[in-house]
Design a protein around this ligand. Structure first.
Ligand SMILES: [Ca+2]
Ligand SMILES: [Ca+2]
Length: 284
């Protein structure tokens, strides 16, 4: 009996020590990836953090800065830093003083098919306006993988429309509208490492209203074996669907409707098989 009692006390002590250790760890610093971004970095006013569909990767702009006075997204506070957090690591990239992230939150998409997500951002040069930069994690660092060169003049912006393999050739494309408030040119490029070249473009479309944070004014839809991207016209009185095939944009259909630029397009236009994914094509 004495031996039995000794054993049970011994195991009781072990259990208590184990519970104490677990509780210590929790209180002293094992943070989730989301907590690491929220607690270790200065947040933007919008406090928006992107998350991958499996909740394993989180991405956010941080270190707010007022060094670019454009203010197209409602205030003149833009991101000075990109932070990515996974279960294992936190990666950060600080922009030089002539750049800001003029965006709401980063998009995530495996653009090169290697099974790892890349991070698609709208980055503006304070003298040359907006461009697109796609970052990739290589050897524990955020590295520029591909980019669309800046528009060329300050206070000129662009908004991303879709990131997907639009023509089913195995290469992911990116579509965007350059200067959605003045002339609105819808452009498409194939994503490969380096500087991206525009393959096709067409004008007088728009997917943003000055001063708004609603970047979700385009739609991607699967129609049989084709992908169709839908964007409002600049005059906001119709939505036009385009396919991308043979390196050209082709008009698929025009839907006449008044578009409210303060609301996401997917809540105004009820189409079957639309692809609305928070992580890459519906930023609010
Ligand atoms: Ca990848
Ligand atoms: Ca493609």
């Amino acid at each position: 009996m004495i031996i039995k009692g000794y054993k049970s006390n011994y195991f009781l002590c072990l259990s208590l020590i184990l519970m104490l250790c677990l509780s210590c760890n929790k209180e002293e610093g094992i943070k989730t990836p989301l907590e690491r971004i929220q607690e270790n970095y200065t947040q933007m006013p919008e406090e928006q953090i992107s998350r991958s569909s499996d909740n394993s990767i989180f991405a956010s702009y941080t270190n707010p800065t007022e060094r670019y006075g454009h203010g197209i997204l409602g205030d003149k506070i833009e991101g000075g830093q990109l932070v990515i957090a996974s279960e294992e690591n936190t990666y950060e990239l600080n922009l030089p003083d002539n750049y800001v992230f003029e965006d709401i939150r980063p998009r995530m998409y495996d653009v090169d098919g290697d099974g790892q997500l890349e991070f698609i951002t709208i980055r503006s040069d304070v003298n040359k306006g907006a461009g697109i930069v796609i970052y990739k994690i290589i050897v524990d660092q955020l590295i520029e993988h591909a980019r669309v060169l800046e528009i060329g003049s300050q206070n000129r912006w662009l908004n991303i429309v879709a990131i997907d393999d639009l023509d089913n050739d195995g290469i992911v494309e990116i579509a965007w509208i350059q200067t959605p408030h003045i002339g609105g040119i819808l452009k498409v490029a194939k994503i490969q490492s380096g500087i991206l070249n525009v393959i096709s473009e067409t004008s007088l479309y728009s997917n943003h209203a000055i001063g708004k944070t609603n970047l979700c004014l385009s739609l991607l839809r699967q129609v049989e074996n084709q992908k169709v991207i839908y964007v409002p016209t600049q005059s906001r009185d119709a939505v036009v669907g385009f396919t991308f095939d043979g390196n050209d944009l082709h008009e698929f259909e025009t839907i006449e409707m008044d578009v409210d630029f303060s609301l996401p397009l997917n809540v105004q236009l009820n189409l079957s098989n639309t692809i609305v994914e928070e992580e890459d094509n519906c930023i609010l």
